[in-house]
Design a protein around this ligand. Structure first.
Ligand code: ADP
Length: 479
């Protein structure tokens, strides 16, 4: 008998499609579990995925999936990439789009049909192929547990991971008929959410187990402050909820093997080479100053109000500030205006994986003033590359970054500068403290060296996922 089969589903998976941390997790977690299980990863075959580069081929006939009285042609594709098997769902309505979810300022109107089709297609696969567990991620995959509830002959158990509760997949009630979902599910214990249809609720209600991406976020989402209106519903289902902190792929994000940086490195001397090269690349005026960077989506969640309000004062400090990101227009405009005014602020708009790696390698400090942060990967990547994070203590940031004042070189924890009040003053104060620490070279370097050696891989958290999987397999065997 082979290893137990797992189908791992996400709407984005690195390197095929990525808008944020979900894609990193969907790349790295299945790999961490693949020794123990036979994991297939499944995602939509968006038109921008390079079929030739990855050798993606159709498998089997085109299926005709009926949803809400309409038939949709669906083809399953597959490829092997770095010893993993990937499956892709192709149907024009889901895949033939410029963006994953919609242009930067809003989602596509038919995202309900698009992602419901993804779920129906997976249901077809589960009817044909035997998987013991389907591991689902975020609202784009959250309908499947409800669909499985209607198919008692399918024995697959479901694990639903919430990466960000702020995105729930909420659509008008009329979606129900388009999605072929019975009105009986439209009540407050299931899909209904203030008169609308909520995909995330289907996952929470019907999945056999739920995880979220850090222990602190698992507690936070049970409160009105972070529950995004679902705190009561989550409290009701909290017996099946666990928080497991994400890991990073320490091969992909490895300063010693990174092909995207100028010079791979194992120590701070090697890091300095990357800093010098990067400062030359962006032509900074005063390269002796500490380099402070921000990489992330321009959304409210990432604390951009705090950041933008603090930025004029930050720019008066002796440092260089480099910002890479894209998202909401008001933030683009504000950053652009500030960069014009201050010659030590450098802006890069857009999504650029290689540039982000050069920035992790070059930077001295990494900013994360997030208002909420389910886990956050960037702070761990930063620490791994010897860049010290400056973070608001919330969600996964609380679990992964400890304040440098309590630095203990014997611990396995990562250290940075932590502030607890999400306002521009507290943030600015933290930045100033960080710049002071920078001047205390011996201590600053000791902490950075320690961070670079910490284990941010999936080793420990992978074991916790194995525990969840084994629980579900035992349940499945009990029938
Ligand atoms: P989130 O998933 O909320 O966006 P995370 O910190 O979990 O935040 O993950 C963000 C990931 O996306 C990291 O790998 C980060 O380096 C990357 N990233 C975010 N914005 C950009 C960008 N503009 N260019 C390149 N990489 C980016």
């Amino acid at each position: 008998m082979g290893d137990p089969r797992i189908l791992f589903a996400a709407s984005e998976v690195y390197p095929f499609a990525k808008s944020g941390g979900l894609a990193d997790v969907a790349y790295s977690l299945p790999r961490a579990l693949n020794d123990r299980y036979d994991v297939d990863v499944i995602l939509p075959l968006y038109q921008f995925i390079d079929r030739e580069r990855f050798g993606i081929q159709a498998i089997g006939e085109t299926l005709h999936i009926k949803m809400g009285g309409i038939e949709y042609p669906v083809t399953v594709y597959s490829c092997d990439y770095e010893d993993m098997t990937y499956r892709f769902i192709y149907t024009p309505l889901l895949c033939d789009r410029e963006f994953l979810y919609g242009p930067p300022h809003g989602g596509y109107e038919d995202n309900d049909i698009r992602f419901a089709l993804f779920n129906y297609a997976m249901l077809e696969i589960l009817k044909r192929d035997q998987y013991e567990i389907v591991h689902l991620n975020d609202w784009q995959t959250a309908l499947l547990p409800l669909l499985l509830n209607n198919e008692p002959e399918i024995k697959t158990k479901s694990l639903f991971t919430i990466h960000n509760l702020a995105y729930q997949g909420v659509f008008q009630k009329k979606a129900l008929s388009k999605l072929g979902i019975d009105e009986k599910y439209f009540h407050m214990d299931c899909l209904e959410f203030y008169g609308e249809v909520n995909f995330m609720k289907a996952g929470i209600a019907y999945a056999d187990k739920i995880t979220t991406v850090s222990p602190t976020y698992a507690k936070e989402i049970l409160t009105p402050e972070f529950g995004c209106g679902l705190e009561g519903f989550l409290q009701y289902h909290s017996a099946k909820l666990t928080g497991i902190v994400n890991g990073i792929d320490t091969e992909h994000f490895s300063p010693s093997h990174d092909k995207m940086i100028v010079k791979p490195y194992v120590d701070l001397r090697g890091k300095a080479v990357n800093k010098r090269a990067f400062l030359k690349e962006i032509k900074v005026k005063d390269p002796k100053r500490p380099l402070v960077v921000f990489i992330g989506r321009f959304t409210w969640q990432k604390g951009l109000e705090i950041f933008i309000n603090a930025l004029p004062d930050m720019a008066l400090e002796a440092c260089n500030i480099v910002i890479l990101g894209e998202g909401e227009k008001q933030y683009h405009d504000a950053f652009k205006a500030l960069a014009k005014k201050h010659d030590n602020i450098y802006m890069e708009f857009g999504y650029d994986e290689a540039l982000s790696h050069r920035m992790y390698a070059a930077s001295d400090f990494f900013l994360m003033p997030s208002l909420f942060e389910p886990c956050g990967l960037a702070q761990m990547i930063a620490m791994h590359y010897g860049s010290m994070p400056i973070v608001h203590s919330v969600g996964g940031l609380t679990d992964t970054v400890h304040d440098h004042a309590s630095f203990d070189k014997k611990s396995q924890k990562g250290y940075g500068v932590v502030f607890t009040k999400p306002d521009p003053h507290a943030f600015l104060h933290a930045v100033k403290k960080a710049l002071q620490l920078y001047r205390m070279k011996a201590r600053y370097n000791k902490i950075r060296k320690h961070n670079m050696l910490c284990d941010f891989s999936w080793r420990e958290s992978g074991e916790l996922y194995i525990k969840e999987y084994e629980y579900l397999r035992e349940e499945g065997q009990r029938g």
